[in-house]
Design a protein around this ligand. Structure first.
Ligand code: UDP
Ligand code: MG
Length: 332
């Protein structure tokens, strides 16, 4: 059995060497045949130089792909998954927040027949506000989306080969990986681990990015928000009709009543705001359709040490095609 490790790296020069040492130690101790698939996501520091050095002389066990610019972690994971040849794949961060020791546990569970083995971090040591917001978000969002999204579950997981192939068969441009992992299903188990602090370097998450990520989670997986908009519209129309009846009745009984511009103003502003919101919502979906129809590749490769042709041209056609599992069939 061969195990592949996918590691997206963006500006990780401070920690990547240590990561490489730790992961090799762990895998050697586990006595498995392995390959490391590093993806340099357009780092602006010396990450690529370090990856080159790490791979030199160890081509059989170490691959790297370097993007032409920063395409985001989701693209990095996709590129890494396409690179893998193993029977099982572990996706993990380069900053050692995903403890390599857990791979042993994952392998045991995989041998028991599970396809997706998810390590869920506890929120110990997090800022209280941030964990409270996350918890609230996950409670709310699961009422809206069709897939199950769980707090503390990230990309750290082991996937069987068929789970990886299922992921690669989804060509969508907008890759909200938490949702994709959940969507493919298969036999899934989750276990908890204590959250670790980043070894070195700094997090790439800013508050704005987190808000956008939350929005992606809501919109990427279904059209329930659109349905909600329809219901809200119906509700407003019903209220308006009822109000019209009341006003007409009052006018007939007590004669016309001219003042009432406050009601009018509130209604205009309120409905205007609501309409803007709904338009924005529709716009979000249209924006996503726009990106999907362009069929652009998910990333462009600048440099790689893989024997397979992972060139820019091949990449462009491979990820743009609409037939299933294009990358694996065309590029090997
Ligand atoms: N990462 C990436 N591309 C990006 C941002 C992050 O490949 O645009 C990688 C990063 O190098 C790390 C992982 O994704 O290996 C998680 O990033 P980070 O530690 O900044 O996120 P956090 O752990 O704070 O959620
Ligand atoms: Mg991190």
């Amino acid at each position: 059995m061969r195990l592949s490790i996918v590691v997206p790296c963006y500006n990780e020069e401070a920690v990547i060497d240590l990561f490489d040492v730790r992961i090799r130690e762990t895998l050697d101790a586990l006595n498995v045949d392995y390959e490391l698939c590093y993806v340099d996501d357009g780092s602006k520091d010396a990450t690529l130089d370090k990856l080159r050095a790490l791979a030199t002389g160890r081509e059989a066990s170490t691959r790297y792909v370097s993007f032409s610019r920063n395409f985001g972690k989701e693209a990095g994971i996709l590129a890494g998954l396409r690179e893998t040849t193993g029977d099982a794949v572990v996706i993990m961060d380069a900053d050692l927040q995903h403890p390599p020791e857990l791979i042993g546990t994952m392998l045991d569970l995989h041998r028991n027949g599970h396809d997706q083995i998810i390590a869920r971090r506890t929120r110990e040591g997090d800022k209280p506000l941030r964990s409270a917001v996350s918890r609230l978000y996950y409670r709310l969002i699961n009422n809206f989306v069709d897939v199950e999204l769980t707090d503390g579950v990230g990309d750290f997981r082991l996937l069987s080969r068929r789970a990886v192939d299922a992921l690669l068969s989804m060509p969508e441009y907008n890759r909200f990986s938490k949702g994709l992992f959940s969507w493919i299903g298969f036999d899934t188990v989750t276990f908890d681990y204590r959250n670790a602090a980043r070894e070195a370097g700094e997090t790439k998450w800013r508050f704005g990015a987190l808000v956008n990520y939350g929005m992606d989670g809501l919109i990427s997986f279904n059209n329930r928000p659109l349905r909600l908009a329809i219901y809200l519209g119906m509700l407003m129309a019903a209220i308006a009709a009822a109000y019209a009846v009341v006003v007409t009745a009052l006018a007939m009984i007590e004669g016309p009543d001219v003042p009432g511009y406050v009601t009018l103003l509130v209604a205009i502003v309120g409905l205007g705001g609501l309409q803007m919101l709904m338009l924005g919502l529709i716009g979000e979906y249209i924006g996503r359709i726009y990106y999907e129809t362009k069929q652009r590749p998910h990333f462009l490769v600048k440099e790689t040490n893989t024997p397979r042709s992972f060139g820019v041209g091949v990449q462009a056609t491979a990820s743009a095609g609409d037939h299933p599992v294009p990358s694996r069939l065309e590029m090997r």
